[in-house]
Structure formats: structure tokens, C-alpha cells
Design a protein around this ligand. Structure first.
Ligand SMILES: *[C@@H]1O[C@H](CO)[C@@H](O)[C@H](O)[C@H]1NC(C)=O
Length: 399
């Protein structure tokens, strides 16, 4: 009799969904159903797991961010776009700065398998138009000679054959999609030397690989890390990349900067923890080596033409995007930033702490056009000054 409860405990744990660690999802609760839609096995696992904290989502219908085909329950429904002058302008805005942007990029990828695995081959390369984002399987990168060619700003330039995969290359397609060679904007220069290998390095890694990466690798090219605006172009596009990769926001990934710099100077470095459990490294980490990377992603870049959110053209007057809303919620959640009071005016009244707000006025320098000033700055300041618990200060930043 004594052993029975223990036995049933043991059995239920042996057979219950091999104990998935739900806390490893690190997802804002309200985002879980959207991630479940892209990972039906997780949803199933949850349904069968006593310990799953997201039970209420395991039997609801399909929820979607908004870029998926045939989907009605959009994330964006709760954060609608307002004030567009017309339906056409609203549609354009959707493609410029909302989930429509992701939809378009994913559609581009569908028809752009640049290297195709045939028969026993397992490598592949698939990109968006102009290679703004790419996914590679069983990627091979040979850095044995790259050192000799390091040029300005410790740029890494490969030669034909120093990157590739054991798959059937569509040369014309690769040429077309790598025409745009602009750093921080497209992967054209980095991927143009990609070749279809005539051997499979992964078949005999002892012979062909000096380093085999055990985690998925995300290649990035980073913008200026010294200010919030530019560095968040990096982080936002990392989010976009994860969204485009099956909405998988796993942090067990290695971020690798595609350059040969020793270090990258940055403020806001703690933000990385929203995306990865590990420090980012540059390719210098692997200099002189041959790399074998089973799972490689070339991330959306911070200064893509018509990209997000560096110089993004937007329909006038429209406001509100579910995509940016989702990023904001996800990022704040992962950073552990909680909005306890929801509205600042509802701070507890017993000796309410004063909140110091410093507003950086992007002052007009005589030499530059300044595009990042808040157009309604006066209005904003006036509104903030009305909030009793705020001490508002405006500082001019003539950068
Ligand atoms: C992309 O998504 C798959 C799951 O669908 C995951 O296994 C893989 O690690 C992801 N890649 C990156 C770079 O996050």
C-alpha cells in the first residue's frame, strides 16, 4: 500500500510529456497562444502535461500574429491601426511597419531556395529577396585564409568557395539575390561566394571541421551600439528574425557578428539577454578555422532598404502597429520590467516617490538635418508636467 502513491507518481512522471521545462519558454503569457500555433507539438505537450502552466491555451483555436495565411484571430486585433486616411493607405502601412512586413519576407523566401539538397544531401540555403535574411542548413565556412585579407574596420570578406554547403546550387538565383552588397543592409556580399560543395564536411567532421557549432547560430551585422535608437535597430531586427523563424524565441542560440573585430562597444548590452543566453562573439573567435554549422540564420539587418526601423517610410497619419507592440511587450517581459502601476498617476498615495523624467530634446545642429525630433514635444512635456508625481526636465542634445 505504501508504495502505491509513489509508484503512480513515478509512472505519471515517466509518461507525462518527458517533463518539458515550461519556464524555458520565457514568454509573456498573452503571447503563448501565438507561439503554440507555430509549434503544435508544444501545444499538444501542454495538453498532456499536468505541470504546464498554459493549460488554458492548449485547447483554444488557432491564434496568429497576423502574417499567417488563413487566420482570423490576429494579435493585432487588440492593437489596431488607426487614423489612416484610406483603406489603401492602411494596407500599405501594414506592409511597411506591421506584420505585413513579415508576411512579405516569408513569401519571398518561399520561392528562393538558392541551394537545394538532392538525394542524400542535407545542406540548404534559402533567402528573402536581396538576401535580407537567410537560413542555411549544414553551412561550411572556411576561415583559414581570411586573416590575410582583413581590410578597413576589420571587415570579413570571403572568397568563392570559402563558404558553402553540400547541396545543389542555383547559380543564377544566387547571383540575382546577392547583387545588393551593402553592409548592415543585405547579406549579398557575404553570401555571393557561397558554393555547392562537392563533399559533405558533416559526413567526416574530424577531417573537415575544426569547429562544429552545437547551437543554432545567428549571424548579425551590428549598427552603432552607443545609442538607444541605433542599437535597438539591431534588437528589433533580431526579434523580427525570430518571428520569421517559426516564431521561435528560444535563447539557446549563439550570436556571431560577421566581422573580425575584437570587441564591439555598446551601451544597453544587457538587452542581449532577451535574445540569447550567451555573449555574442565575432568571427575572429574562429579565425584560422573551418566552421561547420548545422543551423545558421542570417538575421534581418539594422539598415535594410525599406526595413525596420531605420529610415522606414510610413504612410502618413496612420498609427498603431501590432508588430511593434509585440516587440515592446516581449522585450520588457524578458528584461523583467514590470508595469506595476499601469498608469503613473495611480501610484500609491502614501509618500508617493517622485519620478524623475529627463526628456532628451534632439536639438537641431546647424550642420545636420535632424529627423528624430519629437514633433509634438511641447504637447508631450505639457502632458507630463500635469502628472503630479513627475519632475520633468528637458535637456537639449545637440548630437
Ligand atoms: C528556428 O526554429 C527552430 C524551431 O522551429 C529551432 O529549433 C531553431 O533553433 C531556431 N533557430 C534559431 C536561430 O533560433
Amino acid at each position: 500500500m505504501q508504495t502505491l502513491p509513489f509508484l503512480s507518481f513515478l509512472l505519471s512522471h515517466m509518461f507525462s510529456a518527458d517533463c518539458y521545462d515550461w519556464s524555458s519558454l520565457k514568454l509573456m503569457r498573452s503571447h503563448v497562444p501565438y507561439v503554440f500555433s507555430h509549434h503544435p507539438h508544444l501545444k499538444q505537450l501542454c495538453a498532456g502535461d499536468e505541470e504546464c502552466p498554459y493549460k488554458e491555451y492548449s485547447d483554444v483555436g488557432k491564434a496568429c500574429w497576423g502574417f499567417e495565411p488563413d487566420c482570423k484571430r490576429h494579435f493585432g486585433n487588440e492593437f489596431p491601426t488607426l487614423d489612416c486616411p484610406s483603406e489603401r493607405s492602411k494596407t500599405r502601412y501594414w506592409r511597411q511597419g506591421d506584420f505585413g512586413y513579415v508576411e512579405d519576407r516569408l513569401n519571398e523566401m518561399k520561392s528562393r531556395q538558392l541551394c537545394e539538397p538532392m538525394h542524400q544531401q542535407k545542406a540548404s540555403l534559402r533567402c528573402t529577396k536581396d538576401s535580407t535574411m537567410c537560413r542555411a542548413r549544414n553551412l561550411y565556412v572556411d576561415l583559414r585564409k581570411a586573416n590575410e585579407r582583413i581590410r578597413s574596420r576589420e571587415k570579413l570578406v570571403l572568397e568563392k568557395g570559402e563558404i558553402g554547403g553540400f547541396c545543389n546550387l542555383k547559380e543564377n538565383a544566387l547571383t540575382t539575390e546577392t547583387k545588393v552588397k551593402r553592409d548592415l543592409s543585405a547579406w549579398g556580399e557575404q553570401l555571393a561566394p557561397y558554393v555547392g560543395l562537392d563533399f559533405d564536411p558533416f559526413e567526416n567532421p574530424e577531417k573537415h571541421c575544426d569547429v562544429t557549432m552545437d547551437k543554432p547560430v545567428i549571424f548579425v551585422q551590428l549598427d552603432f551600439g552607443g545609442n538607444l535608437y541605433h542599437h535597438f535597430c539591431d534588437f528589433f531586427n533580431l526579434y523580427l528574425t525570430q518571428l520569421a523563424n517559426n516564431s521561435w524565441f528560444g535563447t539557446n542560440v549563439q550570436i556571431v557578428r560577421w566581422d573580425m573585430t575584437f570587441r564591439y562597444g555598446e551601451l544597453f548590452g544587457s538587452s542581449w539577454k532577451a535574445f540569447t543566453d550567451y555573449d555574442h562573439v565575432s568571427m575572429r573567435e574562429y579565425q584560422g578555422k573551418r566552421l561547420c554549422i548545422p543551423d545558421a540564420t542570417f538575421a534581418f539587418l539594422p539598415r535594410m532598404a525599406f526595413g525596420l526601423f531605420y529610415s522606414t517610410p510610413l504612410e502618413e497619419r496612420c498609427r498603431g502597429t501590432g508588430l511593434f507592440r509585440a516587440f515592446t511587450e516581449h522585450f520588457l517581459y524578458r528584461m523583467g520590467i514590470v508595469d506595476e502601476f499601469n498608469v503613473p498617476t495611480s501610484l500609491p498615495s502614501s509618500s508617493p516617490p517622485r519620478i524623475k523624467v529627463t526628456f532628451l530634446d534632439r536639438g537641431a545642429s546647424d550642420r545636420y538635418k535632424v529627423f528624430r525630433r519629437a514633433l509634438n514635444q511641447d504637447e508631450l512635456i505639457a502632458a507630463m508636467e500635469e502628472i503630479p508625481d513627475f519632475d520633468v526636465q528637458v535637456i537639449e542634445n545637440r548630437g
